[in-house]
Design a binder for this molecule. Structure first.
Ligand code: ZN
Length: 466
């Protein structure tokens, strides 16, 4: 069936009956590719998050999240997942990691009163990368709230894989924003997971080093951080060389994979798998947080790698294949049409669904995806690959050498339950259980609300203009 005449014009609605016959997706039944692993997947998205603007020239475009959501809905992936519209993170929740004066500042500063805060703007590193924009604090609460909600579903055993594409803002520090990130939703959700999980593995495949998360857990052996990124000593944030391995008790529990421009699908996947397999089998995480920054794709506005969507997804699929509870987050990504393609594709990977490469005809903002209207445009040949075989081989050997120290780390072997939970009184434990129960009732209500939002999105197709 061809609708080529539609491609010129996104505002025309299709004949509904014809449309119903178009196969949007073909569920894979009985696949053994992942050892038959068929996880419960949940999707955590508050549509308000896409309405904020960092500024016209700023490369971070929250509307990429709306594009992603439209793709997920158009491919009907919501049928394969529990859908939640999470609440915002409270101030108290943000204070679990961030300092009080920083959060107070975020809460009070606006574009109108920014002049009054001149000294604070300097103190808190507010500037071009992290501007003061309207609703900045609300925006931060919304994306952090979604990651926390996702982590709660994992803790409660209600989800095996919980997805928040609006999260993954890995640069934010305890006292200040950094690299387009105001609060660090990743650190907050790992802290939450640590309440019940003895060991959490953090994996970061953003183009940039996951410095904020590494820094937060640099001294502990309960969180292992692994980051694959571009590194030349100058590229933002300037950290992430292979010799950063953690300190004190955390020594050898940080791993960095510094890469040069132009890395291609094959070398990236091969390196990723050969490092991550021994990391997972030696560290034995009980939960994994996977940051899926999309700026490592080829053709990214700020990027210089050559990865295609399938290759990026292959890494996430590999991690999923271990069957360990997993929080899946977004991150960077500055060419919105490719960011949304990637995260929709990765949603399908998590739900074991095979998508038709041709984008659904009923898709708001479909003209964003011209001229190919494909889920898998070729993104892989813009840059020369500056990573020689020899460089990658040496790097791999160096990193594997580091992993030899993982076995037998004291709290990995002996401390199965974190001390704060061991010391918990019955009352405290009951309170947590009650709260989890209350939250699941509340979520069931939102689930229903979310269903209607989906239906509304679909019904509104003919009104969309870009
Ligand atoms: Zn990035």
């Amino acid at each position: 069936m061809s609708y080529s005449w539609l491609d010129e014009e996104s505002t025309i609605s299709l004949d509904r009956r014809a449309n119903q016959k178009t196969p949007f997706y073909e569920p894979i039944v009985n696949t053994f590719k992942d050892g038959g692993y068929n996880p419960n997947v949940s999707y955590h998205y508050n549509p308000d998050v896409s309405k904020y603007h960092y500024g016209v020239r700023h490369p971070m475009k929250p509307f990429r999240l709306m594009l992603t959501d439209h793709l997920v809905i158009a491919y009907k992936l919501y049928e394969q997942m529990d859908i939640y519209q999470p609440r915002r993170a409270t101030k108290e929740e943000l204070l679990e990691f961030h300092s009080e004066d920083y959060i107070k500042f975020l809460e009070s500063v606006t574009p109108d009163n920014a002049k009054k805060y001149a000294q604070h703007l300097r103190q808190f590193n507010i500037g071009d990368d992290c501007p003061v924009f309207d609703g900045m604090y609300d925006y931060s609460q919304i994306y952090a709230g979604a990651s926390l909600d996702a982590s709660r579903k994992l803790i409660a055993g209600m989800s095996d894989i919980a997805i928040n594409w609006s999260g993954g803002l890995h640069h934010a520090k305890k006292h200040e924003p950094s690299g387009f990130c105001y609060v660090n939703d990743i650190v907050l959700s790992i802290l939450n997971l640590l309440r019940v999980h003895p060991r959490v593995l953090y994996i970061d495949i953003d183009l940039h080093h996951g410095d904020g998360v590494q820094e937060a857990f640099y001294l502990t052996d309960r969180v292992m951080t692994v980051s694959f990124h571009k590194y030349d000593g100058e590229f933002f944030p300037g950290t992430g060389n292979h010799d950063e391995v953690g300190l004190g008790k955390g020594k050898h529990f940080a791993l960095n994979v510094p890469l040069h421009d132009g890395i291609d699908d094959e070398s990236y996947i091969s390196l990723f798998k050969s490092i991550m397999e021994p990391v997972i089998t030696n560290f034995r995480p009980t939960a994994i947080v996977q940051q899926c920054g999309a700026d490592s794709l080829g053709c990214d506005r700020l990027g210089s790698f050559n990865l295609n969507i399938r290759a990026h997804g292959e890494c996430v699929k590999f991690v999923k294949s271990f069957g360990i509870p997993m929080l899946v987050l977004g991150g960077g990504g500055y060419t919105p049409r490719n960011v949304s393609r990637l995260w929709c594709y990765e949603t399908s990977v998590m739900t074991n669904v095979k998508l038709n490469s041709r984008l659904p005809e009923v898709l708001p903002f479909r003209t964003f995806f011209q001229p190919d209207y494909s889920l898998h445009p070729n993104l892989g040949d813009r840059y020369d690959n500056k990573n020689s075989k020899k460089y990658l081989e040496n790097l791999r050997n160096q990193l594997l050498e580091n992993l030899r120290y993982l076995r037998g780390a004291p709290s990995v072997e002996m401390q199965e339950i974190p001390p704060d939970l061991q010391n918990m009184t019955t009352d405290e434990e009951q309170e947590i259980l009650d709260r989890l129960n209350r939250e699941s009732e509340y979520d069931a209500h939102l689930d229903e609300k979310r269903y209607w939002l989906n239906t509304k999105d679909q019904a509104r197709v003919s009104e969309q203009v870009d």
